[in-house]
Design a protein around this ligand. Sequence first.
Ligand code: ADP
Ligand code: MG
Length: 627
Amino acid sequence: MEDTPGQISETEQQTIHRMDDVLASQVAAGEVVERPASVIKELVENSIDAGAKTIRVEIQRGGVACMKVTDDGKGMSRTDLALCLQRHATSKLLNFEDLFNIQQMGFRGEALPSIASVAHVRICTRRRQDIEGSLLVCHGGAEEEISATGCPVGTEIEVRDLFYNTPVRRKFLKSVETESGHIEHQLKLHALAFPEVRFIFIKEGLVVFDVPATHDLRQRIAEFTGREAAERLLRIRPFSSMGVQVRGYLSPLTEARRNRRQQFVFLNARPIEDKIISRAVRDGFGGFPTGLQPDLFLYLEVEPALVDVNVHPAKREVRFRRPSDVSLAITDAVAATLTEYARGQAAPAPMAEPSRRIIPSAAPVFPVSGGAAPVSRRIIPSAPHEAPEPAAEAEQAQEAPAPPPPLRLVTEPRQQDLELPPAPAPHVEEPMPEEQSRFRHMGVIRGQYALFESPEGLALLSVRAARERIIFERLMEVNKRPVPAQRLLQPALVELDARDVGVAKDLQPLLMQAGFMIESFGARTLRVEAIPIFLPLNKVEHFIMELIVTYSSGETRLRRDSNPFRPFAMHLAAQYARQEDMAAWLEDPMPLLLDLLRCENPYCTARGKPTMIPFPLSEIQRRFQAQ
Ligand code: ADP
Ligand code: MG
């Protein structure tokens, strides 16, 4: 081919090219395969779709080294096996209309090719009617010939060395504990969604759980919460309206905790997180006035045509066609359950549950009268209403509760922590007579700010911000001299969620540095023996758990810089101050002011929020003269 001088050649003009299939799958893998737990999710969903009754999952080194999922489902023919790693190959979706009547977990035909493009994959499968099975091996998307093999009916998929050919993605993975924890959590979700399937989870050669198939949902829940806790759950009145069916279990607020680790919502057997649903549950409770979270195992069945699950590649989000029907059904079911419980009519004894697809027919609509539901209000005295400080409010996640109330108001039968007075007499190390005589306490504004007069003018003190600064500096002093610890009468046991074990391990030395005495007690429990004397917690396990969950969920990050303690102390002080009962400080804020003035930097919190705002007399006089 001859190029005319001055003209660009044909070939140089073309900058667009089609990605080859492996590259396209690796790109798609970015959405579908985020971490080992997402591989497990896809493989287990396929096993469920194949009608498996037993699903066995084995992992090594957080799943990165190896994940093996074995099922006794219907298996694949040799022809299907040859197709299953092709992009957009699915046995579940034939035409566009099917998308609006999805009965199965998968439909995009994307998972297997995506996984195969970023790992070494080995698939053995046999259908009942075949005399021998087939074996397919694939390395980073490059398939080898299919060969015949002996294997039981069903499918076994082994995924080794995840992200071996995409090192950048591999770098994003967290510790082995954290990745294993996410896998375990993912399996727990599947196991809760499908009680009639037996799940076996083996980690580094050890059986973590083996939950037998059951038709009794409460029994499956008990496998994860323990029998006692499961028996305290209230059964949600099966409820059905406008194509939405609601069932499940919940705890009254007396059993509530300060995080959402025990809240599970399934929509047509898919675990989901949805603001509309959280709000509807909250409404059913008549609000969670204390910022506490009930335990919740909520199962929704919505006609497939009324919900779009195809809005997120990993199907974590859904779109409802008629969101208000869904919220209403949930609110009514929750409210009716709590009303009944409050009337002492709820039957707490365990009872057999029908299997997932068979749901008791529509129950009558329960009246949701004004007095309905909030049994919580009866038991937990409502918190003194206190508006959060704007900065503190902005800092909290959207759904996070306003500054929590005094926790001591909650009756928590399981909790036997040391009960300390909510705000101790501040320990004034040395008297500061000159300072004390310079300031005069004038009053309190909006239950948040203390007003002082001094020869220089007026000063407004934010009681909460002041406490945050003081606690922070006390924590930082811990580095210089040992903290006096308060030994608990009974050690507080913090039960960790699988997802939090890795982070808890990272936080433990920091908590020790802060003056807590903490031991690991078994793989899943922290045992708090003592707390720093200046943090008079009255719900130690709640406090530690909340701290761990905020780090584990990524709301706050653990910095690995030269001094990880400083940012940790900042966060610890903020969390403590946010939930401390300020009543005693507001009654007599002078000791607080003196403590604050003794700080190295009294005028703002470590996060930069002001603690005190001065109004100098000169400024006041200038303003009046201007008029
Ligand atoms: P999708 O699940 O969206 O169809 P996948 O890539 O996850 O896409 O799987 C592709 C196809 O491989 C499935 O449609 C199914 O036919 C087959 N398949 C995958 N895993 C299994 C399994 N464990 N048992 C039987 N068939 C399977
Ligand atoms: Mg699938």
